[in-house]
Ligand binder design. Structure first.
Ligand code: ATP
Length: 363
């Protein structure tokens, strides 16, 4: 059955890498019909709205989207402040957290899943890394609630709920059971943030305790960073609140070759949005040098989610083969190929005999 997918190119390198993913998915003969929609900071500049209603409608109607990265505003840019709300008798400034976080919030995409896997063809300090990051996607400092208490003092709200933490832990446990993973490490800073991170740690530990066959351990997040660099092979799955999940995703991507090869999925009860771990990389935009692999791997994850496993496997094998040869890869991987050349090389490998790569299960 043909699946209709909402396709959002996004900002910066987004249009280049989503075009690459689309080309590969079309070339493999997947049963996909694309519905193109425009959203992001460039749309905000042009029209005053970053994510129009029709984008939400399309994603909810189709159930699945493939999304390029979207830009953001930086420090102190309150042009797009969303709303000021009275909470507990105080005014809370809801600064606009950017279109990607807004979209995750509006669609309640509470689970962010990021598989991190070594590729034989990528020179890296580490080998045989195979871990999955589960990042809680809807709470924590990403609510975007900040305020100035006086002209020189700013504060932000870090909100963690028991129900949100339990929901995330259940999602992680069910994914682990489906995919044969056995150990999960909860990252937190409950020695300092006793209430918020303490609640996350307790709620996740209690929820996970009811899943036989899953070993649960925890680490203070700074020590976890060090250990990830010293012995990443120890880790199977990481379960993290939103902010630590963001930071550790980039760290973990660095263990296997960088942001160019790290895919991801945002999952909610009503829909799923697949996107690369990386942002819109304005330094590379429009230069045909961005590595398309993260977005192509995100598309493969999407195909698995849709039950099109064979197409996903062929895409992953073709990419693996191009990386092993190393002749046609982008500058971040030490090559000199452009985004379009690397994409064409992957397409050319789609019919090559299988390379036997292990597949990444669907979220
Ligand atoms: P965000 O906060 O939105 O995740 P970020 O600030 O972490 O974004 P990115 O846009 O992810 O920043 O990129 C960080 C750097 O990593 C870029 O400047 C770029 O040099 C490199 N990078 C990111 N994505 C790619 C890619 N697909 N190919 C090659 N290099 C990339």
């Amino acid at each position: 059955m043909t699946a209709t997918i909402t396709l959002i190119p996004g900002d910066g390198i987004g249009p280049e890498v989503t075009a690459a993913a689309r080309e590969v998915v079309d070339a493999v003969g997947a049963n996909i019909h694309w519905e193109d929609l425009d959203a992001g900071m460039s749309r905000l500049e042009r029209t005053g709205v970053a994510v129009p209603e029709v984008v939400y409608e399309s994603i909810l109607r189709n159930g699945v989207a493939l999304k390029g990265p979207m830009g953001n505003t930086f420090g102190g840019d309150f042009r797009v402040t969303r709303k000021a709300r009275r909470a507990n008798g105080r005014i809370e400034e809801h600064s606009y957290p950017g279109p990607t976080i807004a979209l995750r919030g509006e669609l309640e995409l509470f689970a962010n899943v990021r598989p991190i896997k070594s590729f034989a063809g990528i020179a890296s300090r580490y080998h045989d890394i195979d871990l999955v990051i589960f990042r809680e996607n809807s709470e924590d400092l990403y609510l975007g609630i900040e305020r100035m208490t006086d002209q020189n003092t700013a504060e932000a709200v870090k909100r963690i709920t028991r129900s949100g933490s339990e929901r995330m832990a259940r999602f992680a446990a069910e994914y682990m059971q489906r995919t044969g993973r056995e150990r999960v490490t909860i990252g937190h800073k409950s020695n300092v943030l006793k209430l918020t991170d303490g609640l996350f740690l307790d709620a996740c530990s209690e929820t996970l305790a009811s899943y036989p066959g899953i070993t649960v351990e925890s680490r203070v997040v700074d020590a976890l960073c060090m250990e990830l660099v010293l012995r990443p092979e120890h880790f199977d799955c990481l379960l993290l609140p939103n902010l630590y999940g963001d930071i550790l995703s980039d760290l973990a991507a660095g263990l296997v070759g960088g942001l160019g090869v790290a895919p991801g999925a945002n999952i909610g009860a009503d829909c799923a949005v697949f996107e690369a771990v990386h942002g819109c990389a304005p330094d590379l935009a429009g230069r045909n040098v961005a590595n398309p692999s993260s977005m192509i791997l995100s598309a493969a994850l999407m195909l698995r989610y849709l039950g099109q496993d064979r197409a996903a496997r062929r895409i992953e094998a073709a990419l693996d083969s191009v990386l092993r040869t190393g002749a046609c890869v982008t500058p971040d991987l030490g090559g000199s190929a452009g985004t379009t050349e690397m994409t064409a090389a992957i397409v050319a490998q789609l019919d090559a005999p299988g390379t036997g790569v292990d597949s990444t299960p669907a979220p």
